[in-house]
Ligand binder design. Structure first.
Ligand SMILES: Nc1ncnc2c1ncn2[C@@H]1O[C@H](COP(=O)(O)OP(=O)(O)OP(=O)(O)O)[C@@H](O)[C@H]1O
Length: 251
């Protein structure tokens, strides 16, 4: 299995506060990695470093490297718009644009200059199928996406990310604002996608991490404490801090 993404000694400061402390981690070309740890340990900060979403926050300093297919994404020549297509992100709150379902899904393709209707139609069908929402919306592609339920909106957001054919999908607590049935549907979607994409998901839900992820990384106070196969982390962690966290002693 080959590596697609690595972080090397990655540190991040919000002003003077060090929120990430020299994180070294690598991700394979397929599979799901869950990032777990108590509130404020730096999971979301780490995730946002992986497609340069922290660049948008004033006062942030980042040191170390993030290499995507061997290239440092923090190089001054990186096109961040292109980077965020290749490494797409799904947020905690579903955030469809106030347009039709169809226009949400083709948004990135239109920005990239794709005009051919057949190409756009095909991308809409493929992405909505991959996001496991095609059957629910195929007869109303032109209704406003905001008219859908939260869980449906989140799957449209996943389809919007998939339409631009990313390599990596980052999810920041993408099911925590959803009801259990919708969360389950998203989990099933991710399990189907894991064979073709690198999926990295931040979650507070340890059951979810153990159900869907292949690997789990435990963070504490900005440090990566331990990363391993999910079974190993939950059944037989190496580090005492990991054991204390997964057995509910803190966090
Ligand atoms: N924009 C910001 N400006 C200043 N400090 C921040 C900012 N975002 C996060 N932090 C701080 O950085 C640390 C890590 O935050 P982060 O959101 O990455 O943690 P987390 O593990 O994802 O937490 P949670 O599970 O609560 O979302 C926290 O102490 C947080 O207060």
């Amino acid at each position: 299995m080959s590596t697609i993404l690595t972080t090397e000694n990655l540190s991040l400061f919000y002003g003077k506060k060090e929120a990430l402390k020299g994180v070294n981690m690598s991700f394979e070309k397929t599979g799901i990695t869950a990032l777990i740890g108590p509130s404020g340990c730096g999971k979301s900060t780490f995730l946002r470093c992986l497609n340069r979403m922290n660049d948008l926050i004033p006062g942030v300093t980042i040191t170390g490297d993030v290499k995507f297919n061997g290239e440092n994404i923090y190089a001054p020549t990186t096109d961040t718009v292109q980077l965020r297509k290749e490494i797409g992100m799904v947020f905690q709150q579903p955030n469809p644009f106030p347009f039709s379902i169809y226009e949400n899904v083709v948004y990135g393709l239109r920005l990239a200059g794709v005009r051919d209707k057949e190409t756009l139609d095909a991308a809409v069908e493929k992405s909505l199928k991959q996001a496991a929402i095609w059957d629910e919306v195929k007869d109303r592609l032109h209704v406003n996406a905001l008219a859908l339920s939260g869980g449906q909106q989140q799957r449209v957001c996943i389809a919007r990310v998939l339409a631009v054919e990313p390599d990596i999908i980052l999810l920041d607590e993408a099911t925590s604002a959803l009801d259990p049935v919708s969360s389950h549907m998203i989990e099933m979607t991710l399990l189907n996608l894991r064979h073709d994409y690198t999926i990295i998901t931040v979650t507070h839900n340890m059951q979810q991490a153990s159900r869907i992820s292949d690997r789990t990384a435990f963070f504490l106070n900005g440090e990566l404490i331990e990363v391993n196969d999910t079974k190993q982390i939950f059944m037989n962690p190496v580090k005492q801090e990991t054991n204390d966290y997964i057995s509910g002693r803190f966090g």
